[in-house]
Design a protein around this ligand. Structure first.
Ligand SMILES: NC(=O)C1=CN([C@@H]2O[C@H](COP(=O)(O)OP(=O)(O)OC[C@H]3O[C@@H](n4cnc5c(N)ncnc54)[C@H](O)[C@@H]3O)[C@@H](O)[C@H]2O)C=CC1
Ligand SMILES: O=C(O)/C=C\C(=O)CC(=O)O
Length: 354
């Protein structure tokens, strides 16, 4: 056993079909009276359901959550919270909506209740991201960690199959990098392997039967575990590359993670054999990188960066940005090998050990 440091973060998690009905009690338990409900324009119906559920505890809806939290929408949401005299916020949606709640909490300390409807995992982390003048900055601050999280699989029944697949692999990426994190620990390793296992079984079940509650519940369970890992330990090369591709080329978040992960794992394979063994075991394969690639292919997910809007001429710039700052990674960052990694991800090649 290697030496480790383990710090746990407070979490109140309510899990189960129909559990959204408990929201009023949870707001009361926080000592709050007026909730601002946050959502994307596409999920306004869900926010209206929350409003009806809350009755006179509902302060209003702010429905302008967008991916990567542009500072303008963060400012508008903060202003709406002040104008409506909200003393808490309920974020119903994926990582973009939770991220907007975090931007409010960072500024005001307002407690957030998260009701996740994708598998991105932001609800379990003290990580925030805000985009200003085309540059996305992320940071960690305990003020933004949602105080209560309600996982209700019924709310995910309408998540399109394509987004379910890529969002699920976004979650697997948190756990995979958690397994070789520079500040990993045995508790997070247990959660990571179990999270990958749960998602590896649930995602094919969702593709077969998108409205099957059992598959949806298992995927949300996996997302909770993987999100917890992201919240507790540092990430590495894979998240750095995806952050660069999302922030600088506006590539879609979950799809980018899905395409890059097998190649990042192939790059790190020899430097992190124990993590790779655990990832492969969790997915029932023999090679971690290939098992993730084969899962994505079986789910019908995109496999090549060229298919989601990146251009060949963007690869060198991606590499330059990703190499600007050093960060912990099991294998040192080697320019030529990383360029090969990016080319393989661009082409969608099945990875082989690098
Ligand atoms: N701070 C953190 O710890 C983390 C932050 N993120 C951030 O979250 C964002 C991505 O979040 P995602 O969840 O991937 O996407 P998202 O929150 O942007 O959602 C994608 C789309 O799916 C819709 N949607 C969500 N749930 C749905 C459902 N159940 N049924 C039908 N439609 C639904 C949304 O309204 C939106 O149009 C990125 O900005 C990423 O950086 C992601 C992971 C962790
Ligand atoms: O970029 C953020 O908002 C913060 C972290 C993540 O998005 C994690 C991830 O890349 O999935």
């Amino acid at each position: 056993m290697q030496p480790f440091l383990y710090t746990s973060q407070p979490a109140r998690v309510i899990f189960g079909a129909g559990k959204m009905a408990q929201l009023g009690q949870e707001i009361e338990a926080l000592g709050a009276r007026r909730a601002l409900v946050l959502c994307t324009p596409q999920q306004r119906d869900s926010a209206q359901k929350v409003m009806r559920l809350l009755g006179d505890r509902a302060a209003g809806i702010f429905d302008q959550a967008v991916m990567h939290v542009p500072i303008e929408s963060a400012r508008e949401a903060r202003e709406a919270a002040r104008r409506l005299d909200a003393d808490c916020a309920v974020a119903i949606g994926g990582g973009s909506t939770t991220g907007l709640g975090k931007a409010i909490a960072l500024d005001s300390g307002l407690p957030i209740i998260a009701i996740p409807t994708t598998y991105a995992g932001s609800e379990m982390t003290p990580i925030y991201g805000i985009t200003e003048a085309g540059v996305k900055k992320t940071g960690r601050d305990m003020r933004v960690l949602p105080r209560t999280v309600i996982y209700d699989p019924e709310l995910t029944l309408g998540l399109p199959v394509a987004l379910s697949a890529t969002s699920g692999i976004n979650a697997i990426a948190h756990a995979a990098e958690g397994l070789y994190s520079a500040d990993g620990n045995p508790v997070m390793a247990l959660m990571a392997e179990e999270g990958i296992r749960a998602l590896g079984q649930a995602l094919p079940a969702i593709v077969r039967d998108p409205r099957g509650l059992a598959g949806r519940a298992d995927a949300l369970y996996g997302a909770w575990l993987c999100g917890t890992v992201l919240g507790h330990v540092g990430m590495a090369l894979h998240h750095k590359l995806c952050h660069t591709l999302g922030g600088s080329f506006n590539l879609p978040h979950a799809e980018t993670h899905t395409i890059v992960l097998p190649h990042a794992l192939a790059y790190n394979g020899r430097a992190a054999p124990d993590a790779m063994r655990r990832i492969a075991r969790a997915l029932g394969g023999t090679d971690a990188a290939q098992a993730v690639y084969d899962l994505a292919r079986a789910l019908g997910a995109p496999l090549a960066l060229r298919d989601i809007g990146l251009r060949q001429q963007d690869l060198d710039r991606t590499l330059d940005i990703a190499l600007q700052n050093q960060y912990p990674n099991p294998r040192p960052l080697e320019r030529e090998a990383l360029r090969r990694l990016l080319q393989n991800a661009f082409d969608g090649t099945r990875p082989s050990p690098d």
